[in-house]
Write a protein that binds this ligand. Structure first.
Ligand SMILES: NC(=O)c1ccc[n+]([C@@H]2O[C@H](COP(=O)([O-])OP(=O)(O)OC[C@H]3O[C@@H](n4cnc5c(N)ncnc54)[C@H](O)[C@@H]3O)[C@@H](O)[C@H]2O)c1
Length: 379
């Protein structure tokens, strides 16, 4: 088992991320080690599919460690990440008689994790939260960093809080049951993270993908554990430096560099009514557009862009995006929630492994338009 320590400034001083095969069977022991002795109850939130696959092992382990355990399943999918579901989750915590010394545990992908974290952050003004992520995206990205959220009809993640977990348990064997598109989506996020992290993480990611020939990967390999640990380490380092995504932080260590590919990614999701793309798939297209803009601004060498394109292609097939209306995409970009003073903050690349934040006002709309067109045709 790999053990990573994440330092946080607020709340807990640090928390652990445990990564290992079969760690699901040791969740009870881990939670016990993270909590004060007076923790009695664990309330588990999951979705039906994940609970059916992994719930039993998790619940048995928690009970073995002496916890009183209750569980509740929410609907799965982005459409369920709402205030209404959060209210249902909170009612469940209340019915479970959870007190301040007890624990809320999320078992599932980023949707379950974000919603459960949010409910834990506001119930009794915030109680302990443990995350057991079961998708690739959640294991390398969303479970680290303490961002929780629900969506509003007007847009994704518009309501939320920063609430650091008390611990994270990652069992890579859970990825073996993940549907293909969820894997592709996770790999796109991994390539994105590598592209802004440094050549080491980028190369580690792409060489794993090359060797595992997507779809035939062995999910229990030590190599995959190393890769997930490397991604968590990077994400944790960024988050430690910029826990609350300060607007004033604009350098290459800003938390905002994690939004590489997300500006266009979110716009693609919005113009297709959140129906065509999985989040990571939209980010896959989005990072190629960001790469194209970077090249057209003279920031990124053509050869570096080619590296990015090859890496993105290793992730697997994406739904097409070249038929989408560029005007609609431009309009969606103008509504980007990450805008500062009404200006889109683009995360671009100077080279693989080095990001730069560029104010949208500095990008000529014609250059932007043609970069979107070319970028969306690349895959
Ligand atoms: N908090 C953050 O920092 C952060 C970062 C990135 C993304 N996110 C959020 O994460 C969400 C996306 O998360 P996601 O990609 O994990 O999707 P998801 O949570 O919707 O899960 C995808 C699907 O996979 C199923 N599933 C989960 N684990 C499985 C397993 N092991 N085997 C079989 N099926 C399994 C789920 O039932 C679900 O249907 C978005 O809402 C996004 O906003 C949050």
């Amino acid at each position: 088992v790999k053990r990573l320590k994440v330092n946080t400034r607020r709340g807990h001083n640090h928390y652990e991320i445990l990564i290992g095969r079969g760690s699901l069977d040791r969740v009870g022991h881990s939670v016990r080690s993270w909590m004060n002795d007076d923790a009695n109850r664990v309330a588990v939130i999951s979705d039906q599919k994940v609970l059916r696959l992994y719930g039993k092992r998790l619940l048995v382990s928690l009970k073995k460690s002496g916890f009183q355990v209750t569980h509740w399943t929410m609907k799965s999918g982005e459409a369920a990440k709402t205030l209404k579901t959060a209210e249902q989750a909170i009612s469940f915590l209340n019915r479970s008689k959870l007190q301040r010394n007890d624990v809320v545990l999320a078992l599932g992908g980023g949707v379950v994790g974000d919603l459960t974290g949010f409910a834990a952050s506001i119930y009794l003004r915030g109680i302990s939260f443990v995350n057991v992520p079961t998708t690739l995206l959640a294991q390398i990205d969303s479970s680290v960093g303490g961002k929780t959220a629900v969506n509003l009809p007007a847009g994704k993640n518009l309501v939320g809080s920063f609430h650091q977990p008390s611990g994270v348990v990652i069992d890579v064997e859970a990825l073996a049951t993940l549907p293909r598109r969820e894997l592709v989506s996770g790999w796109c996020e991994a390539v994105k993270q590598g592209a802004v992290a440094g050549t080491k993480l980028f190369t580690q990611t792409t060489s794993f993908l090359e060797r595992s020939k997507l779809g035939k990967a062995k999910f229990a390999t030590a190599e995959l554990e190393d890769l997930i640990a490397a991604h968590c380490t990077f994400k944790a380092a960024i988050v430690q430096g910029d826990e609350r995504e300060q607007v004033a932080t604009r350098n290459s260590r800003s938390r905002r560099i994690l939004n590489f590919g997300h500006t266009v990614g979110h716009a693609l999701e919005a113009v297709t009514g959140y129906r065509r793309f999985r989040h990571g798939e939209a980010v896959g297209h989005g990072m190629l557009v960001a790469g194209e803009i970077s090249k057209n601004l003279g920031l990124l060498a053509e050869s570096e862009l080619e590296l990015l394109v090859s890496a993105a292609r290793l992730c697997g097939r994406l739904p097409p995006a070249d038929d989408l209306d560029v005007d609609q995409i431009m309009a969606a970009l103008a509504r980007d929630k990450k805008s500062v003073s009404d200006s889109v903050q683009w995360v671009l690349l100077e080279r693989i492994g080095r990001a730069r934040i560029v104010d949208g006002k500095q990008i000529n709309p014609r250059l932007l338009r043609s970069s979107i067109r070319t970028g969306l045709r690349t895959f």
